[in-house]
Design a protein around this ligand. Structure first.
Ligand code: SF4
Length: 243
């Protein structure tokens, strides 16, 4: 379903969208974004374990709040799966309180770290042992790891060539001209992965650049005048708030 919409979008008439199927449009978007942002060097974490813990912490909250939690965990020397497993739950809850939903997130982090620790030792080992299919089914079986969190861990933590679709990306793609409304849950990650030739650094950076646009420009009421995608966006100027 999504791919049909996406193909229709690719084949739409404006000149900048003409070209081979599943390629140029994503490449044009990437090019416009890269000229503004360059390499954003995401995700800001030192290890795959820290990245995965951060992926749960960032659910429904800002990265600023997550940073405080990660800083507390770093102070407690508790940023690995093994350390989280042996940490008392009450201590973990206090450490991550700034990220909100701390009881729920504490349980999710504990469950994820325990599963990874028992099966692989840590996420670094998981990246070496598991293939994409196994890693995907392993993560999706864990409580509280939805599609966005799972794909974030696969891409940034484990280095698999998947694209992370989040609310920012959905809104931006929709406003660029793609009919997103009816099938919001079926997302065109595969089309974007193919267009970027399954290149992990490019997939990482494209998601990071979408997040920048989403945070700074393509908000509910968009700020289009300074947006890097303004020249190729069907929605540009509609509902705009002029800062
Ligand atoms: S031009 Fe406006 S509507 Fe289009 S992506 Fe940028 S901020 Fe969003």
């Amino acid at each position: 379903m999504w791919n049909q919409y996406f193909k229709a979008w690719y084949n739409s008439t404006p000149v900048h969208r003409k070209g081979n199927l599943n390629g140029p449009s994503v490449l044009v978007i990437e090019d416009f974004l890269f000229r503004r942002y360059g390499d954003l060097k995401w995700w800001p974490s030192e290890t795959a374990d820290e990245m995965a813990i951060g992926a749960i912490l960032t659910q429904n909250t800002s990265w600023k709040n997550v940073e405080k939690s990660l800083s507390n965990l770093r102070y407690l020397d508790a940023l690995s799966c093994g350390q989280i497993v042996s940490m008392p739950e009450s201590e973990l809850e206090i450490a991550i309180r700034s990220s909100g939903f701390f009881r729920q997130k504490s349980m999710r982090i504990k469950a994820m770290c325990r599963a990874v620790y028992e099966e692989f030792g840590n996420f670094e080992s998981m990246a070496k042992i598991a293939d994409l299919e196994y890693a995907r089914s392993f993560l999706s079986s864990l409580n509280g790891i939805g599609r966005e969190t799972m794909n974030s861990i696969l891409l940034y933590g484990l280095g698999f060539p998947v694209f992370v679709m989040d609310k920012y990306t959905g809104r931006i793609i929709s406003r660029l001209g793609y009919d997103l409304e009816e099938s919001r849950k079926e997302l065109p990650e595969g089309v974007i992965e193919k267009a970027l030739k399954h290149d992990v650094p490019r997939l990482r950076n494209l998601h990071a650049m979408f997040v920048e646009v989403g945070k700074n420009h393509c908000r509910k009421s968009p700020i289009c005048g300074s947006c890097p995608l303004e020249k190729i966006c069907d929605y540009s100027g509609k509902d705009e708030i002029v800062p």
